[in-house]
Design a protein around this ligand. Structure first.
Ligand SMILES: [Zn+2]
Length: 129
C-alpha cells in the first residue's frame, strides 16, 4: 500500500498550500478507489483526497456497508488525519468500525484509528430530528 500511496501522491495538485495528500479507500470485497487533493484558485471548490476517493466509490455504486478502510499519505514528517469536513463525510458515509490508516511521507510512521475513535461525538442525521 505504501508504494501505491507514494506513486499516487505525485498526482496531488496543491500549488498554493503545498500540502500533498493521497488516499486509497478499500472496500470489503477488496476493490479500491483512489483520490488526491485538488486545489483551485477558489479554495472552496477544491477537494480533499479522502472525499475524492470516497465519492468515487459511491459513484461506482458502493455503499456505507461496503467500506472497510482508507489509507492516507501526506508529504509530511508526521502522519496526518482527515480535516473536519472529511471527518463529517466519513462519519455519515462509512460504518463506525471503518479504519483510517495514515502514513507520513517516508512511511516510517503510521497511525490507525476507527472513525468512531476519531469522532467519538459526531454530528449526524439523528441530530436533525
Ligand atoms: Zn478533508
Amino acid at each position: 500500500m505504501l508504494e501505491k500511496l507514494r506513486k499516487l501522491i505525485e498526482n496531488s495538485y496543491s500549488p498554493v498550500y503545498k500540502y500533498y495528500v493521497a488516499a486509497i479507500l478499500e472496500c470489503t470485497n477488496g476493490q479500491t478507489f483512489t483520490g488526491v487533493n485538488v486545489e483551485t484558485s477558489s479554495p472552496a471548490s477544491g477537494i480533499c483526497a479522502e472525499r475524492n476517493a470516497l465519492y468515487s466509490a459511491i459513484a461506482h455504486g458502493y455503499k456505507k456497508e461496503d467500506f472497510k478502510a482508507i489509507y492516507l499519505m501526506n508529504k509530511t514528517v508526521e502522519p496526518c488525519f482527515p480535516c473536519f469536513i472529511c471527518r463529517q463525510a466519513l462519519v455519515d458515509l462509512c460504518p463506525e468500525n471503518f479504519k483510517i490508516i495514515t502514513y507520513n511521507y517516508d512511511g516510517t510512521k503510521t497511525k490507525e484509528v476507527t472513525i468512531k475513535e476519531l469522532c467519538p461525538y459526531p454530528f449526524s442525521s439523528e441530530d436533525l430530528s
